[in-house]
Each structure stands twice: as structure tokens, then as C-alpha cells.
Design a binder for this molecule. Structure first.
Ligand SMILES: *[C@@H]1O[C@H](CO)[C@@H](O)[C@H](O)[C@H]1NC(C)=O
Length: 267
């Protein structure tokens, strides 16, 4: 029990340290400092089964948005997160979200005036950066914005297949599709290239972070953009994203669909 409390206590401590840090403009993760050394040693004595349960509990808290802001995956859960991300568990979780979103989308009676909208985030929602994170510890490593930007420049992120299906479905139903990403405006052309490589097409608008958005949390930036859509008369009926900051804030969608992502957290 002491180890468990130590684990939770240190998670708490790390979030206090986190609150004082500035975020880098590089996305899709804030720049982060060294993780406290003590954290790693506290969980070392746990046996395999107990550690699996602790890590599973941690992941559940991530997905339910119960965790305080976090910087990296717990070092003790490195293997757990890797196994999850590279197994069918992650794929099935993604598929579940798309299936439920599709069922909801089909249940709506669209007006046919072209003002019904569905928003998709890009990274870890339409495109998978798993090839990058495979080389960078699946969220265990301190995020390196410059390295990540080099990966983005390759325009090589594969499509998340279940999201491709949902994307086609909502377009087919007559939704306007808006892509709302934390990527920078500077990355517009490479993002378009990557989306095309991954066979995404026919979006209505691709919205990236402008210069004046760089100091903002994703929650604020995305809320502002959604608000503009609503002012233009759009009805935002669905929103798909892997971060709660894609979905929360103000002017939220009628329904939000949270895709799994235990690798990083964006406020
Ligand atoms: C979406 O939400 C708004 C505001 O709550 C509501 O007026 C509208 O009927 C909802 N639309 C659908 C299709 O559920």
C-alpha cells in the first residue's frame, strides 16, 4: 500500500512542478523538463501483476480525464504503454470510438443546408505518429519539438484506419468536415501533403495555429475556432479527438468522441 500511495503522491508532485512550466510552441506536446528521479524508484518493488493493474488504472484515469496535467508516461509503465500501443487493444479501442461515432452520425437527421459540421483533430486522430513515438519511447521520453517537427516534415504519418472509415461515413452523410489541429500554420503544406498521402480528402477547412495562437492552450485555441464556426452558422454535431483539449472548453460539440492516447497530454 505504501508503494501505491508513493506512486500517487509522486504523480501529484510531478503535476505541481508541471504547472509552473512554460509550454513550447512546438506541438502536439508541451516542452517538458526532467521527470523527478524519485518517481522511478518508488514503483520498482511492485510485482508484475500489480504493476499491470497500476498502469491500467493510470491509463483509465488518463482516458477519463481524471489525471492532473502530466508530462510523460510513468517510467514504470513504459512496457505497459508500449504493449498497449502496439497491440490490438489500441486498435480495438480506436475502432470502438469510430463505430459509436458512426452510429450517432447516422442517427441524425441532417437539414441538408450544408451547415452540419463534424470536426476532426489530426494527430493521433486521423494520422498516427506511432512510427515517431516508437522511436521515442511511446511517451516516456521528454518531448523534443525539433525532432517531432522533422518527422512532421516527412509527411509520412499513416492514416488511423478506423478514423478513415468514420471520415468517409460522415462525408457521405453530408457533413461538412473541419480539420482543427494544433499544428502550426507553417506546417500547412506538409500537413495537406500528409493528409493526401493518407488518402484524406474533401475537408471543408483545415485550421492550424496562427502565430497569435501559439501562447494559448489547445483548449482555448480550439474553443475560439469552434466559436467562429458557430458564428458563421455551422452546427457542430460531432467532434473527434484524442485529447480532451480537442473537445472541452466552450462551444463544445453536441457529441464528443475521445480517441485513446496514453502517450501524451496536451492542455
Ligand atoms: C445540438 O445541441 C443544441 C444545443 O444544445 C440543440 O439545440 C440541438 O437540438 C442539438 N442538435 C442535435 C441534432 O441534437
Amino acid at each position: 500500500m505504501n508503494r501505491v500511495l508513493g506512486f500517487l503522491f509522486l504523480l501529484g508532485l510531478s503535476s505541481i512542478a508541471f504547472a509552473e512550466e512554460k509550454f513550447d510552441s512546438h506541438l502536439p506536446r508541451p516542452l517538458i523538463l526532467e521527470y523527478p528521479e524519485t518517481h522511478e524508484t518508488q514503483l520498482k518493488g511492485l510485482d508484475y501483476d500489480e504493476l499491470q493493474l497500476q498502469c491500467s488504472s493510470w491509463r483509465f484515469a488518463v482516458e477519463a480525464n481524471n489525471l492532473n496535467p502530466w508530462k510523460t508516461t510513468p517510467p514504470e509503465c513504459a512496457d505497459y504503454v508500449k504493449d498497449y500501443m502496439t497491440s490490438k487493444a489500441y486498435t480495438f479501442d480506436l475502432e470502438r470510438v469510430s463505430i459509436e461515432a458512426g452510429t450517432y452520425a447516422r442517427s441524425l437527421q441532417l437539414t441538408g443546408d450544408g451547415m452540419d459540421a463534424w470536426i476532426f483533430d489530426i494527430d493521433e486522430t486521423l494520422l498516427s505518429n506511432l512510427p515517431y513515438y516508437t522511436d521515442h519511447g511511446f511517451g516516456l521520453e521528454v518531448f523534443d519539438g525539433r525532432e517531432f517537427d522533422k518527422w512532421v516534415e516527412k509527411a509520412a504519418a499513416p492514416a488511423i484506419e478506423s478514423s478513415s472509415q468514420l471520415y468517409k461515413d460522415v462525408l457521405g452523410l453530408g457533413f461538412k468536415v473541419f480539420l482543427l489541429t494544433g499544428r502550426s500554420e507553417k506546417q500547412r503544406s506538409v500537413t495537406v501533403e500528409n493528409l493526401r498521402n493518407a488518402r484524406f480528402q474533401d475537408w471543408d477547412k483545415l485550421i492550424l495555429r496562427a502565430l497569435e495562437d501559439h501562447g494559448k492552450t489547445a483548449t482555448l485555441y480550439k474553443s475560439e475556432r469552434r466559436s467562429e464556426m458557430v458564428k458563421e452558422g455551422y452546427r457542430i454535431l460531432g467532434n473527434s479527438g484524442d485529447q480532451w483539449s480537442d473537445l472541452l472548453g466552450y462551444t463544445i460539440s453536441n457529441r464528443s468522441f475521445k480517441l485513446p492516447n496514453p502517450m501524451y497530454y496536451i492542455p
